[in-house]
Write a protein that binds this ligand. Structure first.
Ligand code: F0G
Length: 482
């Protein structure tokens, strides 16, 4: 490439650096904050300041992308047989020109479905409710969209080793893409705190899987030291290229809504990069003239891993006190989120909210998403649980369109699901305060397996019993009087 396609801009102090000058931990040398990728057409890029503003290594001014031409091109690519066209990330490569096309490592990620959620919409009194299922990616989570981008940069930059700390999904995504690229990969995961489905993926894809006796935040600290001491490319979401891939679901959502902007997008919050990535995606769409406003992006955290929620409530997002995280939604069991400042900016820029939800609320919401025939992992279910609160507070109206970001596949954590249906998941203490209606709701959603003799009569009797149950009043779960 004659001139670099982008620079890295510090989201804290605004310093711009050429991509090869980034430190191995992707922190700004001047202020320690995180970078984002900036193109000549990005909002606030110095293009308009004229050539004098461009220092060595800064990208040359380019023509602004044309929305009508790009909309057409992106649709056209869906019918192409080229792998980069079939990818729901690289289909949009015009807006993420971070690597030469021949260096892209893709598993045809993205292009995930946008489902209607009629049952949940009805029970919330909303006209519409949609779910963007990012669990339908190649390794079962939204992380694939970011990993194809950042791992392609690792390849193009000549690295042999890549590494991440993970609560599960990032490790599976990184291991898979590294295997495709022929790179060596190392995952640091908290021992005993990630779902087996994910651990099995990292092992299968050939990653060096290290289970550290600590939590996710401890794994992050160890990895920060490793990347300073060895030539290892860091693939956690502090890597700004991850966010370039993770912004593309915003483009897909707009395509799938025929460019009608939804009022709300609801996202689970862990390390807080995903809400930032989606915020960047929607902001770019508005800046380039694809849309005229952006959705409100709201972030939902588990009560036991709620540092952003506390920060917003206690000081409006000015500072964040790390917490000792504890939730069964293992993917978002994060107490010291790296991208919290970016998330605060997205909440402020879009007018969204931050909510917290309890273990009981997460379990119920997960079963409700399952009952739609969709399913998701526990961390994704916080979105529906949080939406209930936003509706109750009047933040989301009946006529408005809300989209839940379901970030991970239900098969990630079958232990959780099975325990829920057997009634073994929630403790008595966690059930304190559940009213009759809520208990009945749990009862109507639980479907424990029934063990029977191998006998047709027994099976038919079981069907009869199920029919009787279905005629019960779903609120009280009492058999109606004959
Ligand atoms: N949902 C799922 C399923 C996740 O795996 C994660 C993060 C999140 C939501 C939160 O996204 O961190 O960008 O706010 N998982 C990480 C991992 C950290 O290692 O897989 P975030």
């Amino acid at each position: 490439m004659n001139s670099p396609s982008h620079v890295l801009r510090c989201t804290g102090c605004g310093e711009r650096i050429a991509a090869p000058d980034a430190q191995s931990n992707f922190r700004c040398r001047r202020c320690g904050d995180l970078f984002e990728v900036e193109y000549p057409w990005s909002e606030g890029a110095p293009e308009s300041e004229g050539a004098a503003a461009y220092q060595a290594g800064r990208p040359a001014p380019r023509n602004r992308p044309n929305p009508s031409a790009l909309r057409y091109l992106w649709q056209e690519r869906r019918t192409s047989t080229l792998d980069i066209d079939q990818s729901g990330v690289w289909r949009f490569r015009d807006l993420l020109p971070i690597v030469p096309e021949d260096r892209v490592i893709t598993l045809r990620e993205g292009n995930t479905p946008l489902y209607e959620m009629p049952k949940a919409a009805a029970s919330l009194g909303l006209n519409w409710l949609l779910a963007k299922h990012q669990g339908m990616n190649p390794t079962g989570s939204f992380k694939d969209t970011g990993m194809t981008a950042a791992l392609s940069v690792a390849v193009a930059s000549g690295f042999e080793w890549v590494a991440c700390a993970s609560t599960g999904n990032t490790s599976a995504a990184m291991a898979a893409y590294a295997a495709r690229a022929g790179l060596r990969s190392m995952v640091l995961i908290p021992e005993g705190k990630i779902a087996w489905g994910k651990l099995s993926q990292a092992m299968d894809y050939g990653s060096t899987t290290l289970q550290l006796r600590t939590d996710f935040d401890g794994c992050v600290r160890v990895l920060a030291e490793i990347v300073q001491r060895a030539p290892v490319y860091l693939l956690n979401s502090v890597n700004p290229y991850r966010l370039e891939g993770q912004k593309t679901p915003a483009f897909e959502i707009l395509e799938q809504c025929e460019w009608q902007v939804p009022q709300h997008v609801i996202v689970p919050g862990g390390n807080l990069a995903n809400c930032s990535a989606l915020g960047k995606g929607f902001a770019e769409m508005r800046h380039l003239g694809f849309i005229h406003r952006v959705p409100k992006i709201s972030v939902i955290q588990a009560e036991g891993a709620n540092p952003l929620y506390r920060s917003m409530r206690e000081n409006g997002g000015v500072s964040l006190e790390p917490v000792k995280a504890n939730t069964r939604a293992s993917a978002i069991q994060i107490g010291d989120p790296a991208s919290w400042k970016k998330a605060v900016r997205v909440l402020a820029a879009t007018g969204g909210w931050c909510e917290q939800v309890s273990e009981r609320e997460i379990a119920l919401a997960k079963a409700e998403i399952g009952a739609e025939g969709i399913g998701c992992e526990p961390a994704s279910a916080v979105t529906l649980a949080g939406l209930k609160k936003l509706v109750a507070k009047g933040c989301v109206g009946k006529e408005e369109t809300a989209i839940l970001l379901l970030t991970g596949h239900t098969l990630k954590d079958p232990d959780y699901t099975i325990k829920y249906h057997l009634g073994d998941l929630l403790t008595e203490a966690e059930m304190v305060g559940a009213g009759e209606a809520e208990l009945a709701r749990h009862a109507s959603l639980r479907h424990a397996p029934i063990v029977l003799d191998a006998d047709a009569d027994a099976v038919l009797r079981a069907m009869d019993t199920m029919d009787t149950m279905d005629t019960m009043d779903t609120q009280t779960r009492q058999v109606p009087p004959a």
